[in-house]
Write a protein that binds this ligand. Sequence first.
Ligand code: DSN
Length: 447
Amino acid sequence: MTAPDPLAGDPEVARLLAEELDRQQTTLQLIASENFTSPAVLYATASVLTNKYAEGYPGRRYYGGNAIVDAVENLARQRACSLFGAEHANVQPHAGANANLAVYMALLDPGDTVLAMRLDQGGHLSHGSPVSITGKTYRFVAYGVTPAAADGTGERIDLDQVADIARRERPKLIVAGTTSYARIIDPAPFRQIADEVGALFMFDAAHPAGLIAGGAHPSPVGIADVVTFTTHKTLRGPRGGAIVCRADLAKAVDAAVFPGLQGGPLEHVIAAKAVAFAEAAQPAFRTYAADVVANARVLAEGLAGEGFRLVSGGTENHQVIIDLRTFDADLTGQSAQEVLDRAGITCNRNQIPDDPRSPFVTSGLRLGTAAETTAGMGPAQMTAIARLVGTALRAPDDAGVRAEVREEVQALCAKFPPYDVPATAASPATLSVGPVAGSRKGAGTGG
Ligand code: DSN
């Protein structure tokens, strides 16, 4: 007997969810900040915990009925600490930007100086962009990357610049962490610079959190004073943020998240975070993290072979950043993203270092391998994807070429669907509201 469809009474939402499931099953998901969660994570996210108000922290809530919620949040905190070897975890931030803002609020006074990476160099809006509350509240000064070099050794975080600016500006906080950067970030030199100038050190691990948990990248925990991360990118959990820090900073960090910035925590998402932390502690996740990086390397080689210039000459993480200008001087990131979207290849445009175009138009594209590695794709598929990207972008206005690419994409996705449900499932609710009907395919064997 099939379970009744909980959305049968709301065909409009049911149809939209089914369409989105179909989109994820039949097109390539190459947005570097996305992933496919396990059905267990989906199940927890859709659980009755969404009904519960729980302002406060375990043992200190402002509402009754929180004994079970306390156990859920304690479990998530313990699992986060154990996964990252941290002294304290706050799992309440609704997003990475909230986590970053909470750390600033915990450690700084308005107007204090912070040194972080500039947005167009690979940093994040919440690292002091003038359009963000972070840039409006604190005095951010910015570092960037070294100039591009023909041999691919440039476009790395310019640590000399970080040190020079730190000595000159004496920031209270130094931030390491990026949103569009394809290299390993070593936390050690940042620590050294922070110590030299008497600054605190925050590492924003939003992108590499899963690679760190899986042992593919060095961990900043224990080196940085505070580490923020998102749970939905390489870490493959529900959409959200988290903070781990030294025990002596716990009180300030917790107070900044609540009541400083947020109201009631999303305990259903916190339960899903707990599930994801446990999944990331499994040996299979180490294989997954290594496969994500290996796949990105193959994708980068393939794209270089198609004639694209890659920012920093390649990759050491899950991202590949393309500078489109030498491939086609007239092709913007915005139009390339649209062309690929129509061909069934989902990615996002991105500014490249010193981009002459605006953040809305851009000269770059950012691709990531975290999601399709989860779906089970490996090196052969990465080589095929690079070819398909090259083919589509060499003929951006050719509908025939686009249709051919789209057909090949569909065939590829049919072999590696992220979820084990028919591509035309009546309702994706069967994936998320128990009993869980779907399972996730692949799960990062890279095969
Ligand atoms: N969404 C993040 C990313 O795509 O990297 C930025 O906020």
